[in-house]
Design a protein around this ligand. Sequence first.
Ligand SMILES: Cc1ncc(COP(=O)(O)O)c(C=O)c1O
Length: 386
Amino acid sequence: MYSERTLCLKSSAIREILKITSKPGMISFAGGLPCAALFPLEEIAASIHNVLSKFRSSALQYSVTEGIPGLREKIAGIIDPDGTRIGQQNILITHGSQQGLDLISKLFIDAGTPVLTENPTYLGALQPFRFFQAKIESIRCDDRGLCIDSLKDKMRHIRPSLMYLMPNFQNPTGSTLSSERRIELVEIVQDQNFFVIEDDPYGDLAFDGAKHPSLLRLGGTHNFIYLSTFSKTIAPGFRVAFVAASEEIIGKLAVIKQGTDLQTNTFGQYVIREYLESGNYFNHVNRIREAYKNRRDRMISAIKKHFPGQVTWNCPSGGMFLWIKLPEWAEAEELLPRCLDRGVAFVPGREFFPDGSGKNTMRLNFSCASPADIDEGIKRIGEALK
Ligand SMILES: Cc1ncc(COP(=O)(O)O)c(C=O)c1O
């Protein structure tokens, strides 16, 4: 009765945990939520007011599938300030980066199409890849991101059509692909000529403000498709994000998008464009960088105090996640119910590993809980661990 594709449908483990974490009193390190208390409410209110007074009903009308003109230009200017590689014709506005992943999957994936991912990777990308029945092959990662030797090994047996990775402050591990590896990766991709989805929702949340060049800038639009979003830097409720790619790919994705939702919501696009033009955006991003850096430090101090000695963690230089490794024999999934009983939640790492490994890992989000809740939540996990 239902399509064969839907036989593999499974709700994301994170979405399931999030249902539990909405209970009152629960401290959650589970979601990938930005801190709502830092949303720039007053500035957004001013942008909304300006949009309605300047553009009146056009801000509420249908608009073009690719996205409203000024916004595409503005984004092109942000991701390619020299204006040499990316223009507005290379940008498609999407309903969240999640929609970008879905549209790209529709464009590239048939049943059995080989898709390379990091191991671990973002669950929300695995969902559309699996839905379109990709053959997912995962590549080992370490604290400098994707391991190039593991990629080369894999490519001895597989000719990929598509690869997916997050070079900056990866979800779930928080790791960043080093400069040397970026260059090596671009060379391999260009040599073997396949497409790479570079998913970059966290790149602007670098705590020292320094950003590696994107793979798109290094390698160009022939092989690289770049995704980013205003979900983590402004607010996810707008669902305004974008794909940057060759004109040919943008044209095809736009046709697929027509059949999906016609266009991204007009009003949200107007408000985001107005906010970008107000000049407040970069100050706001600086404010959240600083707040998140403080929360990361707070979480690490609490971990040092409360976690037993065999547990290890990283110190990401941006983004929203800490990655915890328990001893080899331990299982984070067994720890979770004990933590939920104590009123604290996290995401066990195994779900993020396409190859099913990683049972002793866990992801902790540090952007969303208040500093006091960070102390208390880590103390509770520490008690459960002991
Ligand atoms: C790596 C990654 N890609 C994409 C998304 C989806 O973002 P959006 O809110 O723009 O759909 C997220 C959200 O957590 C993410 O972590």
